[in-house]
Design a protein around this ligand. Structure first.
Ligand code: HEM
Ligand code: HEM
Length: 184
């Protein structure tokens, strides 16, 4: 079960801290950190690693039959934490320019985060144990069936968006490193 919203608060506080660092760099250098400078680049790389962890770790834990490290609820909380902090860092990496493929990648990132919130809302409608197993009979059966169907439908939309996002991110990273970093 996903209880309370501790992970949302932790993510919010971390984002506040990162905003402070970003503000400090803006004041100190008197410019918006460019995406290809040390700070902007670093934000992009760390943010992207967090996004990759978001994409991979929870799914691995959900499907692993042999290794059962940690509770599913904790992994989902971690998924949400990294799924918010990572995209936020990537947004600060963008230097507020959204041309071409990099702009499209940012848009997909925003869409997956919004979609994540919708999924979180539906997910919490279904009563579960701490290890993610659904509990029968606590809710009216009809409402429970509806929430399950909605979550399944949400998965069929959310997962392809995630894949499209990572394909476009890898192309952006390859092109940006080639043209803006190594050719300089
Ligand atoms: C999902 C992850 C990412 C998103 C959404 C993203 C988005 C963006 C955006 C919006 C820009 C500005 C483009 C413009 O000038 O209009 C940009 C620039 C750039 N990005 Fe990313 N980025 C991501 C990850 C990365 C990573 C991991 C790296 C490096 C390993 C990277 C390297 C760069 C570089 C070098 C530039 C500057 C390009 C230039 O100056 O022409 N990006 N990115
Ligand atoms: C970089 C951003 C994100 C990516 C790439 C991402 C990706 C994914 C993927 C691939 C799944 C399917 C897991 C599976 O069933 O194997 C998933 C599930 C889920 N995500 Fe995200 N997500 C992101 C951000 C978020 C955010 C910000 C939230 C909440 C605010 C969220 C909430 C959820 C929920 C509730 C599930 C369903 C868990 C389940 O049915 O077991 N995600 N996400």
């Amino acid at each position: 079960m996903l209880r309370g919203n501790k992970e949302l608060w932790l993510a919010f506080l971390t984002m506040l801290l990162i905003t402070g660092m970003y503000g400090f760099v803006v004041v100190f250098t008197r410019q918006i950190p460019p995406a290809s400078d040390v700070f902007g680049h670093g934000m992009g790389i760390v943010g992207f690693v967090l996004m990759l962890m978001t994409e991979v770790l929870y799914s691995l834990r959900k499907r692993s039959r042999s290794v059962r490290w940690g509770r599913m609820s904790a992994w989902l909380q971690f998924h949400i934490f990294t799924g918010l902090v990572g995209p936020y860092m990537v947004l600060l990496h963008s230097s507020w320019k959204f041309h071409g493929l990099a702009g499209a990648t940012t848009l997909l990132t925003v869409i997956i985060v919004v979609s994540g919130f919708i999924g979180r809302y539906i997910f919490t409608r279904i009563p579960r144990t701490m290890d993610g197993l659904e509990i029968e009979g606590t809710l009216s059966q009809e409402a429970l069936k509806q929430a399950r169907r909605l979550l399944a439908l949400w998965h069929t939309i959310h997962i392809p968006i995630g894949m499209a996002l990572f394909v476009s991110a890898f192309v952006h990273i390859g092109a940006a490193l080639y043209y803006a970093t190594f050719l300089k």
